[in-house]
Structure formats: C-alpha cells, structure tokens
Design a protein around this ligand. Structure first.
Ligand SMILES: Nc1ncnc2c1ncn2[C@@H]1O[C@H](COP(=O)(O)OP(=O)(O)O)[C@@H](O)[C@H]1O
Ligand SMILES: Cc1ncsc1CCOP(=O)(O)O
Length: 267
C-alpha cells in the first residue's frame, strides 16, 4: 500500500476545526492546529455548538475534563456534524478510569457516527471491552493481544481506530498500518495525545480520507517528536514541547521527506 502524504492540503484548505476539548491541553491543541495551517475554534457552550460546527470542516471531541454540560454540547454538535457530513474525531481520554467516562463514551458511540477514534492502548482496550486505566496515561497494555478486537470494533462502528503508543496501530477493520516512529519524550509532556487527535481533525477537515488522516497524523507526530528530541538535551521536556510547535510550523511534504526515516508497515 502506498500512503501519499498530503500534509500541504491543510495549508491550502485552511479548514476551520471546531474543538470541544479539555481545559488541560486546550491551548496546545489550538496552537498545533494553527501551526499546521488550519484554523482552531474552541466552542463549548450548548447554546452555540450546533451553529459553530455547521460552518466548520471538522469536529474534535475530547472527554479529558468531562462534565454534564459538555456531554450535552458534544451530542448537539455531533448530531449536527453527522447531518451536515462534517467529519468527527473522538479522543476518549481516560475512558477506563471512571464509570462516568465509560458510560458517556458508550452513549456517544450509540448516538454518533465517528469518522476516527484515537486513543492510547488502555483507552482503546477499554472500548474493546477490557476495562483498563487509572488516569489518562496508558498503563502497560500489550497492543498485540487485542488487535483482533480493535479490528472488529472498527468494522462494527464503521470507523477508523488509531491506537497510539510505542507502536501505533491504525485500522478501518479491513486495512491496517503500524508506525514505529516517535520518542519516549512524547509521553513526558501532557497533551501529545490530544494534539495528535487535533492533527487528525486538521487532516479530516482538509478532506484527507479518514484512514490516511490517522496514519499521517501519527506518523507526523512521531517524526516531529524525533526531530525535537534531537535538539534538546536529555530530559529537557520544556524545550522539547516548544520545539514540537516549531516542527509543526515548518512542516511540509518536502520537510517530511527529508527528516527522519519513516517506519510504516501497512497491509
Ligand atoms: N514509548 C513511546 N515511544 C515512542 N513514541 C511514543 C511512545 N508512546 C507514545 N508515543 C507517541 O506519542 C504520541 C502520543 O501518544 P500517547 O502517549 O499514546 O497518547 P496519550 O497522551 O493519549 O496517552 C503518539 O504520536 C505516539 O506514537
Ligand atoms: C492530564 C489530563 N487530565 C485530564 S485531561 C488531561 C490531558 C491529557 O492529555 P494527553 O492524553 O494528550 O496526554
């Protein structure tokens, strides 16, 4: 399978990306969206979300700091998005940590057609029926053990599922890809998962097909992470975070092809 980079499409199309997200990483998600050439808007009030999503090119839902009012906003926005064929990406942050999160995601999955779902291995394992997780970070979950269930869930939900980690795994239930780019430093800064989901929103908003959007976003986060790691000493996580934004601002197809080695296997 050939995966054509279409990163430039984000700068060409400048899609408006509507985020309903958490208050921990909201600024990082807005900045990464801008750095890629898309336009972020963070709008959470139930009174305005339907109107906002109707003129957006993609919707990002992230349950990181969930509340009852946010659930109402997410469902309203998502229903309008589905009606208007605006693609939606879901980040089920910490879904295994509490019953409230799990029940919310189950309800969202009942009412909403998602284009892509991106989570770490613990989060996706929970969606597959293995309840895992104490907080928002991945616990030691062996991806290999539940790949068949991820494939089955993607097929059942007719969506693309992207599992991030040391090895990223992406499937639409039929096709699949694994990516081994990245650096452990990406796990030392909060928000790199949320930002990866925001990147998927940017790609979808630019009209890139869902499976390619998920692969491209995980690959680019890995490559920019490797580039940023090369510029910092040891565990200078503050500088690393800054270089991540610089990397995304420089990003184009040419840069992508020059930087780092791409480790994608697809089938
Ligand atoms: N051990 C690792 N080595 C290399 N890259 C990693 C590692 N763990 C996660 N990543 C990368 O970090 C980014 C965020 O993924 P992850 O940490 O799984 O998300 P989350 O913040 O939701 O837990 C992804 O691009 C992923 O590929
Ligand atoms: C720490 C934290 N708590 C609630 S949301 C959040 C941010 C999670 O970000 P990421 O999953 O991208 O590390």
């Amino acid at each position: 399978m050939t995966i054509a980079f279409k990163w430039e499409k984000i700068r060409e199309e400048q899609p408006l990306i509507h985020h309903i997200t958490n208050y921990v990483t909201v600024t990082d998600c807005a900045n990464i969206t801008l750095a890629c050439g898309a336009s972020p808007v963070m709008a959470h009030a139930p009174e305005e979300v339907s109107e906002m999503v109707a003129h957006s090119q993609a919707l990002v839902l992230n349950i990181g700091t969930l509340s009852q009012s946010l659930i109402e906003s997410m469902i309203r926005a998502a229903k309008t998005a589905n009606q208007k064929q605006v693609p939606i990406v879901l980040d089920p942050v910490g879904v295994g940590a509490t019953t409230f999160r799990l029940q919310t995601v189950q309800e969202l999955l009942r009412q909403v057609q998602f284009t892509v779902i991106r989570g770490n291995a613990s989060e996706i394992a929970t969606l597959c029926g293995f309840r895992e997780g104490k907080g928002v970070d991945a616990i030691d979950t062996e991806l290999k053990q539940f790949i068949p269930q991820v494939r089955k869930l993607a097929k059942q939900l007719q969506t693309v599922i992207a599992v991030s980690g040391e090895v990223d795994y992406i499937t639409d239930g039929t096709q699949e890809a694994q990516i081994t780019n990245g650096t452990e430093l990406l796990t030392k800064v909060t928000g790199t998962g949320c930002m990866t989901t925001a990147l998927i929103g940017c790609c979808l908003g630019a009209g890139i097909p869902p499976f390619t959007s998920a692969i491209t976003s995980l690959l680019v986060m890995g490559l920019v992470g490797e580039w940023a790691e090369g510029l910092v000493e040891a565990d200078n996580v503050g500088s690393f975070r800054t270089y991540l934004f610089d990397g995304f601002a420089k990003m184009n197809n040419q840069w992508l092809q020059k930087k780092g080695k791409v480790y994608v296997t697809a089938g």
